[in-house]
Design a protein around this ligand. Structure first.
Ligand SMILES: Cc1ncc(COP(=O)(O)O)c(C=O)c1O
Length: 431
């Protein structure tokens, strides 16, 4: 329940705040005052385990001391000099070169996920051969809310989609297969159709994709999906643009989810997990693309907050901890534990929990009215979300899906405690 002080505060805000907040904020109705590691505190003094890690941003938990120190030291020195070099930038570039696959050796820095998607589209547009004026995207993909990003988004995200110049392919949503087939007897027909599309449409310049589709509910592709599609892209000169805004930075158990799935992107986009919640994004790419005279025209990668010294400092400190403390290995260990526990949860509530799926520390729970019709049950997901909050667990809500994406720095006992609270919340709602 929202405490009294919070309720008063929210009523005060509502007089002037535009509506249109996330489902999480609307249904959660909390006023958070502080975050420390995995724990959030609200205005009434209640505490929560944050298994949404901010908005999948707090890979190191809230207020990691080394990131706070780097950011405050930078805040004392210098805030903005356009995109001029500052001392941390060379260090961050070298760090990214160590963490990212070898072919992604050149970088540009931005502030948000949608902004870096736009930057990638500009590179694609600048380098595409004449006549290749369309961009491929996947059904159920999410890439942000700016116009170029919306061109790639084909599901209702609270506003009309703007399909523009994009070509749509099937995503690997086995639980709701659009072709009504079953894996593996389907022989990954969805990928075969995407491949055919790519081969038959000589005007496609790039495929922009989430390797694991995050916002749509952590849709993890079956083996064979990406192999077929990437091969077709290579054979047909279609660039692979991995939108790893959500999955990048280690969340799935590799620095890029693409690496786990055997995809070698030409461009990769990072944001959420890279700078501990400070607005920051990285466009990583093959040198020949990002340095090409067509893409790298004067000012092409500059904007008011591009290469912002505060973001650079936060990103460098965050990724240094990820590297030094071998946190991606931790993600794999914790991810296995989480997968086991969530599998058990699903067995306990097979009627309402249609599917549980994920990789590393990124999991989606799909709630349905019954397992036969698989009709989405957003009201159940919402009740589990608010009940879990009342019990002291924050998750991430989107329609009939709950996502779990805790910080990488949890210990096993805290992970178990969070999952125990989730179990209790599901039981209260559906039993
Ligand atoms: C895969 C992906 N791309 C792009 C975005 C847009 O990022 P932002 O909200 O920072 O604009 C998101 C946001 O959730 C995302 O998940």
């Amino acid at each position: 329940m929202t405490g009294l002080r919070q309720a008063e505060h929210l009523a005060r805000e509502a007089r002037h705040l535009a509506p249109g907040a996330s489902e999480e904020a609307v249904h959660g109705r909390r006023v958070f005052t502080e975050g420390r590691g995995p724990v959030l505190t609200d205005l009434d003094g209640n505490q929560y385990l944050d298994f949404a890690a901010g908005t999948l941003t707090q890979s190191l938990g809230h207020g990691h001391p080394e990131v706070v120190e780097a950011l405050t030291a930078q805040a004392r020195r210098l805030w903005n000099v356009h995109d001029s070099a500052t001392p941390d930038r060379a260090g961050l570039l070298e760090l990214l070169a160590r963490l990212l696959p070898e072919q992604l050796d050149t970088y540009a820095f931005f502030s948000t996920g949608a902004e870096v998607v736009e930057a990638a589209l500009r590179v694609v547009q600048a380098t595409a051969p004449p006549g290749r004026n369309r961009v491929g995207a996947l059904r159920h993909g999410f890439h942000g809310k700016t116009m170029g990003a919306r061109m790639l988004v084909h599901w209702d995200v609270g506003h009309q989609s703007f399909s523009g110049n994009s070509v749509l392919g099937y995503s690997p949503y086995c639980y709701r297969c659009p072709l009504e087939l079953e894996y593996p007897s389907c022989d990954v027909r969805c990928a075969t159709l995407v491949r055919r599309h790519i081969a038959e449409k000589p005007n496609v310049s790039a495929l922009v994709f989430e390797p694991v589709l995050g916002a749509a509910g952590v849709i993890v592709p079956p083996p064979g999906y990406w192999e077929r599609i990437t091969e077709a892209c290579r054979d047909n000169g279609v660039l692979l643009v991995a939108d790893e805004v959500l999955t990048g930075g280690g969340r799935t158990g590799a620095f890029l989810a693409s690496e786990l799935l055997g995809v070698e992107p030409d461009l990769a986009l990072l944001s959420k997990g890279t700078a501990s919640g400070f607005p920051f994004a990285v466009l990583a790419g093959r040198g020949e693309l990002l340095r090409s005279p067509e893409a790298a025209t004067p000012g092409a990668y500059a904007s008011t907050y591009a290469s912002n010294p505060l973001g650079i400092a936060a990103a460098r400190a965050t990724l240094e901890v990820v590297e030094r403390d071998r946190l991606i290995e931790r993600v794999r260990v914790l991810g296995e534990l989480m997968g086991d526990r969530l599998g058990a949860l699903r067995s306990r509530f097979p009627r309402h929990l249609g599917q549980v799926r994920g990789l590393g520390l990124l999991w989606g729970l799909e709630f349905v009215t019954d397992p036969t019709s698989r009709t989405p049950a957003p009201e159940v997901a919402r009740d589990v979300y608010t009940t879990a909050l009342d019990l002291g667990l924050r998750t991430s809500l989107g329609g009939h899906i709950l996502r779990l994406a805790p910080p990488f720095t949890l210990d096993e006992a805290v992970l178990e405690e969070g999952l125990r609270l989730l179990d209790k919340a599901v039981e209260r709602v559906v039993a």
